[in-house]
Ligand binder design. Sequence first.
Ligand code: PLP
Length: 398
Amino acid sequence: MPGFELFGNEERKELNDVIETGVLMRYGFENMRQNIWKARELEQALEQTLQVKHAQLVSSGTAAVSVALASAGIGAGDEVIMPTFTFVASFEAILMLGAIPILVDIDDTLTLDIKKVENAITNNTKAIMPVHMCGSMANLGALKDICKKNQLTLIEDACQAIGGTYDGKPLGSIGDIGCFSFDFVKTITCGEGGAIVTNNELYKLNADHFSDHGHDHSGNDRGKELHPFLGYNFRISELHAAVGLAQVRRLKEVIALQKKYYTIIRDVLSKIPQVTFRSVPVGGEESYAFLNFFLPNIEMTRQVSKSFKESNIDACFHYYDNNWHYIRKWQHLSEIKSLYPLSQEVVKGLRQLKNKTFSQSDHYIGRNLSCLIKLSWTEQEVQARALNMANCIKIHCI
Ligand SMILES: *Cc1c(COP(=O)(O)O)cnc(C)c1O
């Protein structure tokens, strides 16, 4: 997955265009910038690549989720359904707006369980946010139906899944709004950055203004622009956008390489009867950023994970024991360790987490290993790696 593995002359050239003019800001300074608009160009490239009408760049993937929710009018006291397996950014972005994250079990897709989503809907639910973890997606067809029936907004967190598709459409383009991260370890990177994508005119307009202090971006004098509503600063800089522009042009090449290496490893592991793979919803195709598989039980999974490390098989994660990606270790959330007072509604919502158990999620995450597919490997290294992995698994599982 990591785009940082491919940093070369293309990135340097785009950066240099910006450095030559010295205009590091994406708005204004028309007379200095010599018609160089990297953020605009990257937005257009994303619109083409992701087959959407609008893209709005922001400063991070976390900002993208907050801006997406705000653009759809979601805020104080509103409930947003999200999965137990994701990155902490998902609930951070929801909490920032005073909304309440409602944690829901995942299934063998490693994303939201549809039945459990339906059961979690209340009168306060405003949005469902599936997270397409590790390159594969939630059952978007079913979620779309649920959102339609209950008049909810569908926000896709596609931060880890750029390049994947569902029903032939790019992930992120299927819900009402899609969110992407371009941080340093994502499939394509800006160093730091993010984007929201949408086909909804109003959401785009809201995101454009909200991410720049409410500026309405009309005319060519920033001081004279109007502020139709309150905003924040979630702007991306031209330097970051320049890197992303070079990176997004590599996306096809990146996905093809990921697919090739993923397939080599999967073919070897699939000969071991104790190994099963994450299921991908009908109509979906992964981005191949990670290969995810299950072992028979948690003890074996822990042993294999340890054995991978001892055998120098890096970048394979047992998220059950990871502090950042799975609810089991999110005590700062369940114990509400906030630097500043939170609203009563949020506190009440989060208190319910304290004694809640997620045994179905444990059942899947406890037995899951998630192996990053790197772009810097050679084909021989991948083949050797696959055999090495298979040996470790066989020692502990047969
Ligand atoms: C990386 C990530 C984010 C947040 O992105 P940042 O750019 O690091 O803020 C959000 N959701 C998921 C699933 C992620 O993996």
